[in-house]
Every structure is written in structure tokens, then in C-alpha cells.
Ligand binder design. Structure first.
Ligand SMILES: C[S@@+](CC[C@H](N)C(=O)[O-])C[C@H]1O[C@@H](n2cnc3c(N)ncnc32)[C@H](O)[C@@H]1O
Length: 244
């Protein structure tokens, strides 16, 4: 069972503000003239569905059957493949690939990241764009190590508590999910891990995979990246591009 199979129907509760970040992604794709897009780990479609509505032709790749079901209930016509970003072959190329919400560091080590980047390269047209949203772990860890956040929706009786902290080489989020179940409640906890990877190492890997980093931002609102304060690191990379 994929990790996100256990999270699927609680996922949207935790990310109610994703819509705020969609316009920036749409703007980047449109500015670079990209129309056909593959989103790695499309999840419940929080980005892909509104991007499709904005006129882009988006498809998805996703390992979790449950996440795919959640997405398909909202957008039955959106084409998504069930598969693994570490090893996929869809037999086609796209003008852009999205790797949002830290998906690259959900992989367990540098070898897996390398395999994923190789597949991305194969699925991009020449001059194709890779838009990567990564964590800026030093800031996130300094500000929220051993913290917890609570998300609830009185309407459907679900409460999610997420505890975050460093465990060895991983930044972990433990999701405690409490759901109304008949007259009682069900409870489960799910561990999600992000590889803590020095940004320079990642950038080196991206370049080795055949991409140039052409723009960098501190979030998906388009703020400038500041190593000391940005929680995110957004890299816009071009296949066979020239590094800025
Ligand atoms: C943090 S969620 C992001 C979902 C969506 N991209 C968003 O930003 O709302 C990560 C998604 O990637 C999927 N995922 C994780 N590892 C994967 C893999 N190896 N192959 C394909 N999908 C994967 C998970 O199942 C989950 O739906």
C-alpha cells in the first residue's frame, strides 16, 4: 500500500490554500509558452485541476490508487496514469513537467532522485521545462522542528494533527487522522518522510541530469528566494538549458 493511500481523503483538509499558488504556476507555464504538462504525484489534483481549467493540457502520474480516486471524483476527465515517478515510460513527451509539494525529496535517496530525473528528461521535449518546488529544510527545521499543527473540518468529522521533526537524514511528518466512524471514531497514523538533502547536491544532480536552472523563487507566489528565510525553493529548469 502506498503511503498516501492512508492519507487520501484527509489530504485536501490540510492544504486548503493551494489555490493561492496555482496562478504563479500557470503564469510560468504560459510565459514560457508551455501547454502540455505532466504533473508528477498529481495527488488529489489541487494544482492540476485548476491548471486544466485555466486552459492548460495537464496529465498526471500518481502511485496511490486512493489519491487517484479522490482526484477522479473531482475531475473525471483529467487523464492520470498510475505509476511510479522513479521508473515510468508513458511513450510520449510533454512541454513541461511539474514536481510540486516537495515530491522529489519524498524519494528515499539520491539514486532514486537520479532515476526520477532521468525519466523526466526522457518525457520532456527539447527545451522542455521542469518546475520543481523543493523544501528549504534549514529554515523549515529551524522554525518548526518538533512542532504540531491541527486541521479540522467540523462538517465531515475529520481531525488531522501533523507532528513534524527531524529523524536522522529525514524530515518527518506524522499524520494522526481521527475520523467519525458510525457512533465512534477511527484513528490511524501515517509517517511521511522527506529526504534532507543539501540544496547544492540537488542542484548538481539536476544539472547532471541535463537541465539548466534558469530561474529561482522562494515560494509558489513568486517571492525571491532567500536562503535564510524562505521555506521553499522553487527552481525553474530547462532541458538542455543554460544555467543563469
Ligand atoms: C505531497 S503530495 C502532492 C500532491 C500534489 N502534487 C499537490 O501538490 O497537491 C505527494 C504525492 O506524490 C505521490 N507520490 C509519492 N511518491 C510517489 C512515487 N514514487 N511515484 C508516484 N507518485 C508518488 C503521493 O502518493 C502523493 O499523492
Amino acid at each position: 500500500m502506498a503511503t498516501y493511500d492512508q492519507i487520501g481523503d484527509a489530504y485536501d483538509l490540510v492544504y486548503p490554500d493551494t489555490g493561492d499558488r496555482v496562478p504563479f504556476v500557470a503564469k510560468v507555464l504560459k510565459n514560457f509558452g508551455k501547454q502540455t504538462v505532466l504533473e508528477l504525484g498529481i495527488g488529489s489534483g489541487l494544482f492540476a485541476i485548476p491548471l486544466t481549467k485555466s486552459g492548460l493540457n495537464v496529465e498526471g502520474l500518481e502511485i496511490s490508487e486512493v489519491m487517484l480516486d479522490v482526484m477522479r471524483k473531482k475531475a473525471p476527465d483529467l487523464n492520470a496514469y498510475q505509476g511510479d515517478i522513479r521508473d515510468f515510460s508513458l511513450g510520449k513527451q510533454y512541454e513541461a513537467v511539474l514536481a510540486l509539494s516537495s515530491i522529489l525529496v519524498l524519494l528515499k535517496d539520491q539514486q532514486e532522485i537520479k532515476r526520477c530525473l532521468r525519466c523526466v528528461y526522457e518525457h520532456l521535449e527539447p527545451e522542455g521545462l521542469l518546475l520543481l518546488e523543493l523544501p528549504n529544510h534549514p529554515v523549515e527545521i529551524a522554525q518548526s522542528n518538533n512542532s504540531q499543527e491541527v486541521f479540522s473540518n467540523d462538517g465531515n468529522g475529520t481531525v488531522v494533527v501533523i507532528q513534524s521533526g527531524v529523524e536522522g537524514e529525514f524530515w518527518t511528518e506524522t499524520w494522526h487522522i481521527l475520523k467519525r466512524d458510525g457512533d465512534g471514531f477511527s484513528y490511524e497514523n501515517v509517517l511521511c518522510r522527506e529526504l534532507i538533502c543539501p540544496p547544492e547536491t540537488l542542484i548538481e544532480q539536476i544539472k547532471e541530469a541535463g537541465f539548466g536552472v534558469i530561474e529561482e523563487y522562494g515560494d509558489l507566489l513568486g517571492s525571491p528566494f532567500d536562503a535564510e528565510s524562505s521555506w521553499r525553493r522553487v527552481l525553474i529548469c530547462r532541458k538542455n538549458g543554460v544555467t543563469a
